[in-house]
Design a protein around this ligand. Structure first.
Ligand code: UGB
Length: 500
């Protein structure tokens, strides 16, 4: 309704502008254009017989009166003109800004920040923005294909999953609020690449329930891959509310829509985190281990998410699968993660900070390459059973699962830095400090036997191989020239890595 009113406002503003035409004509009445288009004064002959000189004085007074009258009219017309021209500029500007959003009917107040990729934005403004465009993007190529709503599709994991799903023939529609937690131009670049593969991303927020309802009214998605979240372990100490808004309220909003707006209910696969293991010391981490001692607010919101998923499964019969990601890295990654900003700093000759534990031990992570995680996500989607709720009511018990998606081999952060140094050909300037007590855990290590047994999850990329691919992408994307003989090797160019 709001949008319709807006359209009416625009057209009525424009109709006022058309009214301006008559005053505009006034100064040009005594002129005309010949067929060459040249502006000419009328010739004396064309003006008729000479005037009656006996009435000159009267006529002069009359002409001077008319002149004053015309000047006054002209002045009034000019001020109207100025006012309306300003209005027109404002309307044109508004239309231009609105067109930058790829999806007019679904853009929300959370949508994009301006991106430096002007050429990308120009292309996006011509993206299909209609409900028909959304349906087209959502429709699988084959009758048995999935139709997946991917939240956080302009994010790192969402982007890769969307691309692979689309390439294998599934229907995919993305949803992303393009927030500025990290450089939104990277998200726009991912969006651009997805658009080139026929994946549309709706600009909107997962907390916008009416938007979610509209999407489900438009298309019966078979699955939701819910990856939109506030990520980052340490940032939670600075901006706690964004974690509650995205990881708790946002998850509830998505599950509400899945349980009550969607008909049929989709199966939900969503991103939990290795951080739920918190202060757990048993290793490798198994899904059977305790997860009731989170070390960060981020971890606590992900753990809360697992409890919320349980409730929606129990009450509404939603089929829900939680995936505990272990420090996922790779091309098109997140600039807030250590491997990414270490690379940037090393290239710039700036120092990096490496954490060690209070006991002086190395900190280690089970760094997991993006392609392995994507395979895990698709495995989880493919083995999801249908939700059992009908019209918001559970009809029978539904599937509820949780899986680790890790690499099974923790690597110290110092080793990650050494690999990067080798790939970049520059020594890092390292500051080794005790880990601040703002959420980090000393190590992570995944046991993935559950995912291996249920959908054949087997990570195959070691950290050196994965980082080589990352560095190759990084230098291509940011247009950086490395020294001869270093870098990402001779693989094919990372897809869409160039900014141009
Ligand atoms: O698996 C997860 O559940 C999480 O993984 C990721 O968290 P982390 O494992 O903390 O990744 P990341 O920040 O890259 O730090 C990597 C290592 O570098 C160390 N680290 C970090 C910063 C620094 O300046 N120095 C440093 O030594 C640091 O101590 C750590 O040992 C995701 O960001 C998070 O969203 C979530 O998905």
């Amino acid at each position: 309704m709001e949008r319709i009113n807006y359209k009416l406002k625009v057209s009525s503003s424009l109709s006022h502008l058309y009214d301006l035409r008559s005053p505009l004509e006034i100064p040009f009445r005594a002129s005309y254009q010949d067929c060459s288009g040249e502006l000419k004064r009328p010739s004396p002959a064309a003006m008729g017989p000479p005037p009656d000189t006996s009435k000159t004085a009267k006529i002069d007074r009359y002409n001077s009166y008319l002149g004053r009258l015309n000047s006054a009219k002209l002045l009034a017309a000019s001020s109207h003109l100025l006012f309306r021209a300003t209005l027109l500029t404002a309307v044109v500007l508004l239309l231009f800004l609105t067109l930058q959003s790829p999806l007019l009917p679904f853009s929300s107040s959370y949508s994009s920040s301006p991106s430096p990729h002007r050429s990308l934005l120009t292309s996006l403004s011509s993206s299909p923005s209609s409900p028909a465009g959304i349906r087209r993007s959502a429709t699988p190529r084959h009758p048995n294909g999935l139709s997946v709503l991917v939240t956080g599709a302009a994010g790192f994991v969402g982007f890769h999953c969307s691309l692979v799903l689309k390439k294998r023939g599934d229907g995919v529609v993305g949803l992303d609020n393009f927030n500025s937690y990290y450089d939104p131009s990277l998200k726009r670049a991912r969006q651009y690449l997805l658009a080139r593969h026929g994946v549309l991303i709706v600009a909107g927020d997962i907390n916008d329930s009416s938007l979610l309802a509209k999407l489900f009214a438009l298309h019966p998605f078979s699955h939701i891959l819910h990856l939109a979240a506030q990520a980052g372990v340490r940032y939670a100490a600075r901006n706690p509310n964004s974690y509650v808004a995205s990881n708790v309220a946002g998850l509830v909003s998505v599950l509400e829509a899945a349980a009550k707006s969607a008909d049929p209910q989709p199966a939900v696969v969503w991103a939990s985190s290795s951080s739920v293991y918190g202060l757990n010391t048993d290793s490798p981490f198994s899904e059977l281990h305790r997860t009731d001692r989170p070390a960060s607010l981020y971890a606590a919101t992900k753990k809360a998410g697992e409890a919320i998923a349980h409730a929606y499964n129990h009450i509404y019969g939603l089929s829900v699968t939680g995936l505990r990601f272990f420090t996922v890295y790779g091309p098109w990654g997140r600039p807030d993660m250590a491997y990414f900003f270490f690379t940037k700093a090393i290239l710039a000759g700036k120092p990096i900070t490496i954490f060690r534990t209070a006991a002086g031990d190395e900190v280690a992570r089970d760094f997991t390459y993006i392609d392995d995680v994507v395979k895990g996500c698709l495995g989880a989607l493919d083995t999801s059973q249908r939700s059992t709720g009908v019209a918001g009511k559970k009809t029978s018990p539904a599937q509820l699962r949780v899986y680790n998606l890790g690499n099974t081999s923790p690597v110290p952060v110092s080793r990650l830095v050494a690999i990067l140094e080798g790939l970049i050909g520059v020594k890092a300037k390292k500051n080794v400090v005790t880990m601040p007590s703002n959420g980090d855990v000393p190590f992570t290590h995944a046991n993935v036997s559950l995912a291996a047994g249920d959908f054949g999850y087997r990570p195959t990329t070691d950290l050196s191989t994965g980082l080589r691919k990352f560095v190759k992408w990084y230098v291509q994307y940011y247009g950086i020239k490395l020294k001869e003989g270093v870098g990402g090797g001779d693989d094919d160019k990372a897809e869409g890595a160039s900014k141009e």
